[in-house]
Design a protein around this ligand. Structure first.
Ligand SMILES: NC(=O)c1ccc[n+]([C@@H]2O[C@H](COP(=O)([O-])OP(=O)(O)OC[C@H]3O[C@@H](n4cnc5c(N)ncnc54)[C@H](OP(=O)(O)O)[C@@H]3O)[C@@H](O)[C@H]2O)c1
Length: 243
């Protein structure tokens, strides 16, 4: 396993939720972290929470905007690992009622954004480094009704990584697929009902709890460090796919 000490890691989505957890774990491992999100305020607050002994900086960029993405990599320069956890709440309409503007915005932010990040990252990502993207349990256990779009997008990441792992070799490309994780995204989607959802699901899944970002961050660290993992989708869901 390669060490992360002294390596430079870009975490797109690092101002909140899973990405903030990955940034914290990377800093603990001695890495330097560049956290990226759209909101400068959220980034500043996250930087404060991370207090990474001078090893954390933030950069505002929208991964759905190619000029932003290009600028991001120009400003950071050479780096070792790209982690992408960014995402927004998915569409949840039955297909017959799909709001196509919202669907396109979601696909742009999540899938096209990932393609643009990969496109521009290759210029400055070290050859022996890695890219790790995020899919999720929705591809395996789609919410019904309304789960078809997020399920399709999450599923596509597995094949994105397999193809890119071949194309970019020896650079490694992988996916983390989390189950439910207690993050700000849930507050946005279900508000106060979150506690009820989590109590119910937490009692049902084999791990008997809902993950925190700290519970899933080690999957990202492992994929960055393991020199033999590439083209893989690593599930970390407490057994949620089994129920
Ligand atoms: N939480 C779960 O239960 C769960 C389970 C499985 C999979 N996932 C997936 O994991 C990903 C992260 O979820 P999370 O729960 O950590 O969400 P979160 O707490 O809402 O964090 C999302 C992060 O992404 C950033 N972001 C969103 N859109 C962006 C864009 N266009 N460009 C740059 N940054 C952007 C946000 O900052 P700004 O808003 O400032 O841009 C924020 O830092 C999502 O794709 C989600 O679908 C989550």
């Amino acid at each position: 396993m390669a060490t992360l000490t002294g390596s430079k890691i870009i975490v797109v989505g690092g101002s909140s939720g899973i990405g903030l957890g990955v940034a914290a774990a990377a800093l603990e491992s001695g890495a330097e972290a560049v956290i990226v999100g759209r909101s400068a305020d959220k980034l500043k607050a996250a930087e404060k929470r991370l207090a990474g002994a001078g090893r954390v900086r933030s950069l505002a960029a929208d991964m759905a905007n190619e000029a932003d993405v290009a600028r991001l990599f120009e400003e950071v320069g050479a780096f070792d690992h790209l982690v992408v956890t960014a995402g927004t709440p998915p569409p949840n309409y039955p297909i017959g009622e799909a709001d196509m503007a919202f669907v396109r915005q979601f696909v742009d932010g999540k899938l096209i954004g990932a393609v643009m990040l990969a496109k521009h990252a290759v210029r400055t990502l070290k050859q022996d480094g890695s890219m790790t993207f995020t899919s999720g349990i929705n591809k395996d256990r789609p919410p019904v009704p309304g789960g078809s779009v997020v399920s399709a997008i999450a599923g596509s990441f597995t094949y994105f990584a397999r193809a890119l792992a071949l194309e970019l070799s020896p650079t490694r490309v992988n996916i983390v697929s989390p189950g439910w994780v207690d993050t700000e995204m849930w507050d946005e989607i279900v508000g106060e009902a979150k506690a009820g959802y989590f109590d119910q699901m937490g009692a049902r899944i084999p791990a008997r709890k809902i993950a925190t970002p700290a519970d899933v961050a080690p999957a990202y660290l492992y994929l960055m460090q393991s020199e033999f993992m590439t083209g893989e989708t690593l599930h970390i869901d407490g057994g949620q796919r089994l129920i």
